[in-house]
Design a protein around this ligand. Structure first.
Ligand code: ADP
Ligand code: 5GP
Length: 196
C-alpha cells in the first residue's frame, strides 16, 4: 500500500532537529489542533522508556533482537542507530494504520530519518527543521528538561553540530526562540501545506 497512491491523500509532516530544540513541544501542540487532522507516528525504539513514557503511545519499545528481526523482515520505512546501541525506526504498518484512518501523519524523528522519508515521498512530505537559538540554549533546555544524566545529555549535544549542518536540506526551518511565535509559525506552515 505504501507504494501506491492512497485514497485518502494522506500527507507526511516531518519534524527533525537536534535533541532539545523543542520539536516534541511543537508536534504536541499541532496534534491538539483538530482541524489539522494529524496523528503521531509512533516509532519503534530499542531504548528503555524514559520518565512517564508509555509503550504503544510514545514509542513501541522493542528489545534489540526484536528490532533486528523487523529490519530483516523489511518492516521499516526507515530506521537509524541514532545513538550508539539505540535504534529507532518508522514501521511501514504505522503509516498505513494512520492513512487508513483518513489522517495525515506527523513524525518526530532524527534528521537522517526525516530526509529519508522526504526522499521516498517527495510530494507528500513537508520536512521541517527546528533550530535552537544556539548551542548553549540547547544545553540549557536539555538540563532543564531534567530527564537524563549529564552523560546522556553530552551524547545528544555532541551530535548537534552535524545535525544543524543538514538544516538546508529541509523544506522549512523554524527557529524556536520565542515559543509562542514558533508554535504559531508551525501551525501556519503545516496548515498551508495540508490545504494544497
Ligand atoms: P526535543 O523534542 O527537540 O528534544 P523538547 O520539545 O522536549 O525538545 O524541548 C526540550 C525542552 O525545552 C523541554 O523542557 C521544553 O519544555 C523546552 N522548550 C521548548 N521550546 C522552548 C522555548 N522556545 N524556550 C524555552 N524552552 C523551550
Ligand atoms: P529520544 O531518545 O529523545 O526519544 O529520541 C532520540 C532521537 O531519535 C530523536 O532525535 C528522535 O527524533 C529520533 N527518532 C525517534 N523516532 C525515530 C524514528 O522512527 N526514526 C528515526 N530515524 N529517528 C527517530
Amino acid at each position: 500500500m505504501l507504494d501506491k497512491p492512497n485514497k485518502h491523500n494522506g500527507k507526511l509532516i516531518v519534524f527533525s532537529a537536534p535533541s532539545g530544540s523543542g520539536k516534541t513541544t511543537l508536534v504536541r501542540h499541532l496534534l491538539k489542533q483538530d482541524e489539522l487532522n494529524l496523528e503521531f507516528s509512533i516509532s519503534a525504539a530499542s531504548r528503555e522508556p524514559r520518565g512517564k513514557e508509555v509503550d504503544g503511545k510514545d514509542y513501541y519499545f522493542l528489545s534489540f533482537q526484536e528490532f533486528k528481526n523487523k529490519i530483516k523482515a523489511d518492516e521499516f520505512l526507515e530506521w537509524e542507530e541514532v545513538y550508539r546501541d539505540n535504534f529507532y525506526g518508522t514501521l511501514k504498518a504505522e503509516v498505513e494504520r494512520i492513512w487508513a484512518k483518513g489522517k495525515h501523519v506527523i513524525f518526530d524523528i532524527d534528521v537522517s530519518g526525516g530526509l529519508r522519508i522526504k526522499d521516498k515521498f517527495p510530494e507528500k512530505t513537508l520536512a521541517i527543521f527546528v533550530k535552537p537559538p544556539d548551542l548553549n540554549e540547547l544545553i540549557r533546555r536539555l538540563k532543564n528538561r531534567g530527564e537524563e544524566t549529564e552523560e546522556k545529555i553530552s551524547m545528544r549535544v555532541a551530535k548537534a553540530p552535524a545535525e544543524l549542518a543538514t538544516a538546508r536540506s529541509f523544506d522549512v526551518i523554524i527557529v524556536n526562540d520565542n515559543l509562542d511565535k514558533a508554535l504559531k509559525e508551525a501551525e501556519t506552515i503545516v496548515g498551508d501545506f495540508l490545504k494544497q
